[in-house]
Design a protein around this ligand. Structure first.
Ligand SMILES: Nc1ncnc2c1ncn2[C@@H]1O[C@H](COP(=O)(O)OP(=O)(O)OP(=O)(O)O)[C@@H](O)[C@H]1O
Ligand SMILES: O=P(O)(O)OC[C@H]1O[C@](O)(CO)[C@@H](O)[C@@H]1O
Ligand SMILES: [Mg+2]
Length: 492
């Protein structure tokens, strides 16, 4: 099952166009592995649950909006405990690493992985890797016990520390081998999951009985396939405080403008959802929707209209919006991500100049930049529950011998998704979807796009989807739910 050093995709087909995009298993490359009974069957907490173990054939469809004759389409393996496991609890040496930017809920995931290993499976050797991928070979490890992690979910950040860059696959796998680690839990965003995939391939190449399992983490919600990423809900909630402040400031003065910059390097989900939640926002600018400043239908004209009609306005801008209007930054962070220019400062200056120089009008602009504040907080209640389910699912998968997978929520169900699906593209707001239309009708802002552009964008999505025979629904439908054939033709 290997070509060019990359393991082949495991695809299982069934009746009526059923496709299972399965995840790798240790037994794919290590023959005759012994299995053991799952200790959960003797656990009083679970013994009472009818059908606690997941049926071996359970799978979850990627698309749930279907037509009468639609093929059944792509499915993912359902997460959960299996009757047979591939590790004896005594044999397990697990490690947890967190990489990339911070995100609310990181500590909850760490806590719950430790708790699940200890209390569900009786695994007592769990190590934390200090400071991201490079911590495997450059830093010390932190022993993790239920006592150590008991209260950490109440804190923001990650008790393990995190970093960008420093992914040296060979050194990382050597360190895993040297330490006798056989379950690697990797929590991180798109870059981290790519790194996890490379580690998995190397481990498989070396024929090691080591599971590599990812937990998707991204405040930007830019990971595909999954319904949403943990921490996103908290970030949207936290953003409300900044938007409220901007609104209070703006409506208290003459021609007040409150401008809030939120995170979202390539995907504007936080800005979009924070705007929809708030109702005080008059204009939301995201990377996926190019805008222009001057002239008819431009941002300045809209601001002027709002100020004349309401005396104040609130603008939310995602950090990656309008980057094409700023001078191109050549700088990159340690992971190779492009460092963005501060669009908030840039647009504040532009608005001030426009009204003072061109309109001779006094405005009062207050710029609020809460970007790091919204990701440094602990997870809220809903994210904490979500993190717990993710952590329990990933542990069940690892104990069952699955590897090379990311644990994720698909249509409200916990699943195991092969790395290649998680890494295939970035999840973005589709501006021809209903969700963006809902936002436009809630703010009444200009769409900044012409009819022609909408039609072309729509065509591009539909033909892209047709190439990908899985679809009856736009892939991004998790946060923006529309089937191409259901796109409202009256959309401007
Ligand atoms: N293509 C890749 N192959 C191997 N490792 C990678 C790759 N891309 C990124 N990494 C590694 O993954 C880690 C995290 O990457 P990055 O800094 O891009 O954050 P991220 O996981 O995308 O999280 P966030 O979205 O919050 O920024 C880094 O240590 C980086 O070296
Ligand atoms: O300043 P840092 O830690 O590199 O992270 C900033 C980036 O991380 C994210 O929070 C997640 O990718 C982005 O929204 C943001 O651009
Ligand atoms: Mg990233």
């Amino acid at each position: 099952m290997e070509s060019n050093g990359i393991s082949e995709q495991k695809i299982v087909t069934g009746d009526s166009g059923y496709i299972l995009q399965d995840v790798p298993h240790l037994s794919d490359y290590i023959p005759d592995l012994p299995t053991y009974s799952n200790p959960l069957q003797d656990n009083p907490a679970y013994a009472v649950v009818k059908q606690y173990f997941v049926h071996v054939d359970d799978s979850v469809p990627q698309k749930i909006v279907v037509h009468k004759d639609s093929p059944r389409g792509i499915h993912f393996r359902r997460a959960g405990p299996r009757q047979k496991i591939y590790f004896e609890p005594d044999e397990v040496r697990a490690c947890i690493v967190t990489c990339g930017g911070l995100c609310p809920g990181l500590n909850t995931v760490i806590r719950e992985i430790v708790y699940s290993l200890y209390h569900m499976y009786g695994v007592t050797r769990v190590l934390g890797i200090d400071g991201g991928y490079k911590g495997f070979y450059a830093r010390n490890t932190i022993p993790l016990t239920p006592k150590v992690v008991n209260d950490i979910h109440k804190r923001g950040g990650t008790i393990l520390g995190t970093s960008r860059g420093g992914h040296d696959t060979s050194k990382i796998v050597h360190s895993i081998q040297d330490r006798g680690i056989n379950q690697v839990y990797i929590i991180g965003g798109d870059g981290t999951q790519k790194g996890a995939s490379v580690i998995f391939e190397e481990i498989r190449r070396r024929g090691l009985k080591v599971v590599v399992a990812g937990i998707p983490k991204t405040i930007d919600n830019d990971i595909p396939v999954i319904d949403r990423s943990f921490g996103f809900d908290t970030a949207v909630e936290e953003a409300q405080r900044a938007i409220n402040a901007a609104h209070v400031e703006a409506e208290s003065v003459e021609n007040g403008i409150g401008l809030v910059k939120l995170m979202g390097r390539y995907s504007g989900f936080i800005a979009m959802y924070a705007t929809l939640a708030s109702r005080d926002v008059d204009c939301c600018l995201i990377p996926e929707s190019p805008f222009y400043l001057d002239g008819k239908g431009g941002l300045y004209e809209y601001i002027e209209k709002q100020l004349k009609e309401n005396g104040h306005m609130v603008i939310v801008i995602a950090e990656g919006a309008g980057q094409e209007l700023l001078s191109e930054s050549m700088q990159q962070d340690a992971s190779g991500n492009k460092l963005l220019q501060d669009v908030g400062l840039w647009i504040s200056q532009g608005i001030k100049d426009y009204f003072s120089k061109q309109k001779k009008m006094t405005i009062n602009l207050k710029y609020i930049d809460p970007t790091y504040m919204i990701r440094a907080v602990p997870g809220n209640a809903s994210d904490n529950v979500y993190c717990t389910l993710l952590a329990q699912s990933v542990v069940h998968g690892a104990m069952a011998g699955y590897t090379g997978f990311t644990s994720g929520l698909v249509n409200g169900r916990q699943t195991y998704i092969p790395f290649y699906r998680i890494n295939e593209k970035q999840h973005k707001v589709v501006i021809t979807d209903r969700m963006w239309a809902r936002l436009l009708s809630s703010t009444n802002q200009p769409s900044f796009i012409s009819n022609k552009e909408v039609i072309e964008d729509r065509k591009e999505h539909i033909s892209g989807e047709e190439k990908n025979e899985e679809t009856q629904l736009l892939d991004d439908g998790k946060c923006a739910d529309v089937a191409p054939e259901n796109v409202d033709d009256s959309f401007p």
